[in-house]
Design a protein around this ligand. Structure first.
Ligand code: ZN
Ligand code: MN
Length: 502
C-alpha cells in the first residue's frame, strides 16, 4: 500500500463560442484582430453603462451543465468579484458566487478500459479579464478578451492521480467540442486549468492544506505539474514538514517545477456582493427541455454504441469517437456495408434473419472498415489534412472494403486503388480496379499453372524447403505474387505451394 494518498481537484475555465461577449455586443472572435479593437464602453466598464446577459452564453452553459449531469438552478444570480489588476478595467469581474447556474453533477470517464465517476461541484458563468502582455520591460494591456464569456467548472477532489486529472480534461475537451460550445484548445487558452492537490497518509480521512497550481496551459503541463507537486509534498510529509497553509504555485515549464507565488486569499478578500445591474438569472423549463432534446450523443455513449452495434474493440471505437467527423464517416461506411450484406444474402433489413446475419458478420466487416480507414486512409493524410478536403465518399470507401472482403481484389491492390481514389476524383473503386487490371486471379487452373512455374524455375529453393527450411516458403510466395503481377491472393498462393511441395 502506498504511504500517501493523493487528492486532486480541478477548476476549469472554458471559453464559450458565442458570437458576442458576455454582457455587450462586441465580437467574441479575437483571432487575428488588432489589440483593443474589440472593445466598447460596457466591456471597458465606463461609468453609466449597463451590462445585458448574452442568451447564447446561457444556452451553451446549460448544454455543458446537462452533459455533466449537473442540477440546473431555476434561479441563480450574478455577483461582483472585486480585485484590482491592470487587465480588469472595472475593478471587478462579474461572476456567480453563492448561487451558481448549476451544481452537483458528475462525469463518468473511461480510460484503459476502466470506468470511474468524477463529481462536479458546480458550473457558473462569468466574464473573462483582458490580457497583460509583457514586452521589453513594459506591460501592455489588450482588452479584446475582457468580457468574453466563460463557464467555470469546479470538480470535487475526486482524482487520485495526475493521470486521472489529465484524462478528465481530455474527455471534457471532447465533450465541449461535441456540443460545439467551445474550441476548448488549451494552447489557445480556450480551456484553462488550475489544479488543487494535497496528500494525506493512506487510511486517513482528513483533508490537509492544499496547493493550487495556476494557469496550466497544456494537458502535459497539468500532468507534469501535478506529478512534481505530488513528489514535493510527499517529501515534506516524510520530513514531518507537511504544508500547514494553502498556497498558490505556478508551473515553470522550463525548469519542470512548481514555484511558490503566494499564500491563498480567502473568498472574503474578493468582497463578493450581488451585481446590482443585472436581474436574477431565471432558467425557463421550456428552454431547458428544448436544449436537452438538442444534445448530441456524447462521446462515451457513442463509444459504447459503436462497440455494441458494430462489434468494435473499445480502443478502436475511441479512435473514431475522438474525431467526430471520422466517426460519422465510419458510420456511413458501415450502414452501406450493412445494406449491401442484406442485399447479397437476400434478407429483408428488419427481419430476425437480418439481425442474426448482422450479429455473425458485423465484427469482420467493422474491423475491415476500421483498418481501411485508420491504417490505410489515415496513412495517406498529411498532418494538416482537413476532412472537408477528402474526395472519397463513404459510399466508395464501403465499395473498396467490399471488394477486398469478397476477395475480388487482394489487399495490396486495395492499397493501390485507395491511393488513386485519394489523389483523383471520387471514382468508383471497381472502375479503378478494372482500369488498372487489378482484379484478383481466382481461377484455380491459372493459379496451378503459376505454382508449377514457380517450382520449376526455383529448384534450389524448392530443395531447401523440402529439406526443412520452412522460411524459404516466403520467398516462393513472393515469386508467385511476382508472376501473378500482384493479382493473386497471397494466402491462397501459400496454400497451393504448400500442397504442391508436400
Ligand atoms: Zn464590449
Ligand atoms: Mn473564475
Amino acid at each position: 500500500m502506498a504511504k500517501y494518498e493523493t487528492i486532486i481537484g480541478l477548476e476549469i475555465h472554458l471559453q464559450l463560442k458565442t458570437k458576442s461577449k458576455m454582457f455587450c455586443s462586441c465580437s467574441n472572435d479575437a483571432d487575428n484582430q488588432l489589440p483593443n479593437s474589440l472593445v466598447c464602453p460596457i466591456c471597458l466598464g465606463h461609468p453609466g453603462t449597463l451590462p445585458t446577459v448574452n442568451q447564447e452564453a446561457i444556452k451553451q452553459a446549460l448544454m455543458m451543465s446537462l452533459a455533466l449531469n449537473l442540477k440546473i438552478n431555476k434561479k441563480s444570480k450574478f455577483d461582483r468579484k472585486n480585485y484590482f489588476y491592470p487587465d480588469l478595467p472595472k475593478g471587478y469581474q462579474i461572476s456567480q458566487f453563492d448561487e451558481p447556474l448549476a451544481q452537483n453533477g458528475h462525469l463518468v470517464i473511461e480510460a484503459n478500459g476502466q470506468t470511474w465517476s468524477i463529481g462536479i461541484e458546480r458550473l457558473h458563468l462569468e466574464e473573462d479579464a483582458g490580457k497583460n502582455i509583457h514586452q521589453n520591460g513594459k506591460t501592455l494591456v489588450d482588452f479584446n478578451r475582457g468580457g468574453t464569456p466563460l463557464a467555470e467548472i469546479v470538480t470535487q477532489p475526486d482524482f487520485k492521480s495526475p493521470a486521472e486529472a489529465k484524462e478528465f480534461l481530455i474527455q471534457l475537451r471532447l465533450i465541449a467540442r461535441y456540443l460545439g460550445v467551445s474550441d476548448a484548445d488549451m494552447e489557445k487558452g480556450h480551456l484553462r486549468c488550475d489544479a488543487n492537490i494535497s496528500l494525506r497518509p493512506s487510511g486517513d480521512y482528513d483533508f490537509y492544506p492544499k496547493t493550487e497550481i495556476k494557469n496550466l496551459n497544456s494537458f502535459k503541463a497539468v500532468e507534469k505539474a501535478l506529478e512534481f507537486e505530488e513528489k514535493r509534498q510527499a517529501k515534506l510529509w516524510d520530513e514531518g514538514q507537511a504544508p500547514k497553509t494553502t498556497s498558490t504555485r505556478g508551473w515553470d515549464e522550463d525548469k519542470g517545477e512548481t514555484v511558490l507565488q503566494r499564500t491563498k486569499e480567502g473568498s472574503a478578500d474578493y468582497r463578493y456582493f450581488p451585481e446590482p445591474d443585472l436581474p436574477p438569472l431565471i432558467v425557463d423549463q421550456k428552454l431547458l427541455t428544448e436544449i436537452n432534446a438538442q444534445l448530441p450523443e456524447l462521446p462515451l455513449a457513442k463509444k459504447d454504441r459503436f462497440v455494441k452495434e458494430y462489434g468494435l474493440e473499445g480502443k478502436d471505437a475511441w479512435v473514431l469517437v475522438y474525431q467526430r467527423k471520422w466517426a460519422d464517416y465510419y458510420e456511413k461506411i458501415m450502414s452501406d456495408l450493412r445494406a449491401w450484406l442484406f442485399e447479397v444474402k437476400g434478407v429483408g433489413p428488419d427481419t430476425d434473419r437480418a439481425t442474426e446475419l448482422w450479429e455473425s458478420e458485423k465484427a469482420k466487416l467493422s474491423k475491415a472498415a476500421f483498418a481501411w480507414l485508420t491504417s490505410e486512409l489515415f496513412g495517406l493524410l498529411g498532418n494538416n489534412f482537413k476532412m472537408e478536403d477528402l474526395k472519397i465518399s463513404a459510399e466508395n470507401m464501403a465499395e473498396l472494403v467490399k471488394l477486398v472482403y469478397e476477395k475480388k481484389i487482394n489487399s495490396s491492390a486495395g492499397q493501390r486503388i485507395l491511393k488513386e481514389m485519394f489523389a483523383g476524383t471520387d471514382d468508383d473503386p471497381s472502375n479503378i480496379a478494372e482500369r488498372l487490371d487489378l482484379a484478383q486471379i481466382d481461377d484455380d487452373s491459372t493459379l496451378d499453372d503459376l505454382a508449377i512455374k514457380v517450382i520449376m524455375t526455383n529448384p534450389s529453393q524448392v530443395e531447401e524447403y523440402k529439406a526443412g527450411k520452412e522460411a524459404v516458403l516466403k520467398f516462393l510466395v513472393g515469386q508467385f505474387m511476382k508472376e501473378s503481377k500482384g493479382k493473386a491472393n497471397p494466402q491462397k498462393a501459400e496454400e497451393i505451394l504448400k500442397n504442391k511441395l508436400k
